[in-house]
Design a protein around this ligand. Sequence first.
Ligand code: 5AD
Ligand code: SF4
Length: 495
Amino acid sequence: MYNKIDIRNVPEEKLDEIDLDTVDLELPPPELEPHRQYYYIAKCRTYVRQMAQELGRVPFLCTQTFGCQMNARDSEKLEGILEKVGYQKTEHEEEADFVIYNTCTVRENANQRVYGRLGYLGSMKKKKKHMMIALCGCMMQEPQVVEKLKKSYRFVDLIFGTHNIFKFAELLCTAMESDRMVIDIWKDTTEIVENLPVDRKYSFKSGVNIMFGCNNFCSYCIVPYVRGRERSRNPEDILHEVKKLVADGVVEIMLLGQNVNSYGKNLEQPVTFAQLLEQLEQMEGLRRIRFMTSHPKDLSDELIAVMANSKKICGHLHLPLQSGSSRILKIMNRRYTKESYLELVERIRAAVPDISLTTDIIVGFPGETEEDFQETLDVVRKVRYDSAFTFIYSRRTGTPAAAMENQVPEEIVKDRFDRLLKEVQEISKEMSGRFEGTVQEVLVEEVNTQDPSLVTGRMGNNLLVHFPGDASMIGSFCRVHLDTCKGFYYMGTPV
Ligand code: 5AD
Ligand code: SF4
């Protein structure tokens, strides 16, 4: 018999290391986070152990992540909890006993994909009664989505949103104890809970949230409504997390936020993003720093100077343009103009000459004319992006743009989209090839999926290189000669 422990007495730092089977569940749950969640993880473990006995095997979990890097990081947190609870990961939904969809709602087609797959999950659950289905993420923050799920997808066990994701273990426990649909959606939160378990997808690189939410209210975008107001993590917490990651073998981090350039503004002791980067630069063992996403209106000269002097910040900047027309940018509430954007690009390129620039562009925003679209093409030709994500404008209920009357007809948008894509791809191909013949430092990520005699690695500028190697090289840096550019990747030889 174990000696049971009162989890409230465990220091926050040590929670991740304790044997959860020793937690005294006769005691009431702790009020404080993250202790409370570890208590519920311990409780869920007892249910999952029982299920494993009934099944005669380990129960499997399957996570499906839609959308951006933030969601990918959130899914690592969900998986960290589910693994502690006693599930084992599988890639195949068919064999899973617990399926969770971490959803995105930035464009309507993301929602449609979720409904489509849910239908299939429902039919699976008919044959496998003990199976649990959970939905979370941005799409769940939309009231009409939850209404639809309540009406037509009764088989879903648990629904929660973006603000209470830190309560996942507790919600999971409630769902395991209930045979009804458990729904918990918060409108907003100011809480940030540290030190919850995480299961990283890669041993050598990791995302690190530095802020949550967005205050910008671009008129087409649903993110501020589903992710809430901007909240920055304390720099000490971020540095502490990165230090732990580095001690655990991580050499590359990606700092995550909807608008990293406004990091730290709302902290009790304000810090700038550039200052945070300078502190991370000092960290021994950390080799590469990336970040995502930068809003052009907030990108400071201080940041440009820090990037120019840094040995660790990667030579890649994602700088969403959205539109090249100052008139449309104004209606989009982007708060920069075509001219100020181009001028910013010039300043960045002057300070960091070889930098790779990538962007997001929306085609078919309400009222966009051919002239506006030509302005977008003009910026694309002037900036010459290394790559660009192009999107067809999607009408998101509740955003100001959705109520605008002059929505652009579908055929016109489609035609503009095709023309933009062609331009973007041609330029991207030329730009990607500009490093041919040089030697670059590459971080090996995996054995090549097509040819096992090769490994695939990533350069600082985010381009992929395939070259001879083996699995023992994963997570290490190699100097590689870039022999030939094959469009969007290189074939290379280690030097
Ligand atoms: N329609 C199309 N694209 C959108 N994005 C955000 N909202 C919409 C929308 N309503 C794009 C923007 C943003 C990226 C993450 O998604 O380009 O930068
Ligand atoms: Fe959406 Fe604009 Fe915020 Fe980006 S900055 S998440 S596009 S509102």
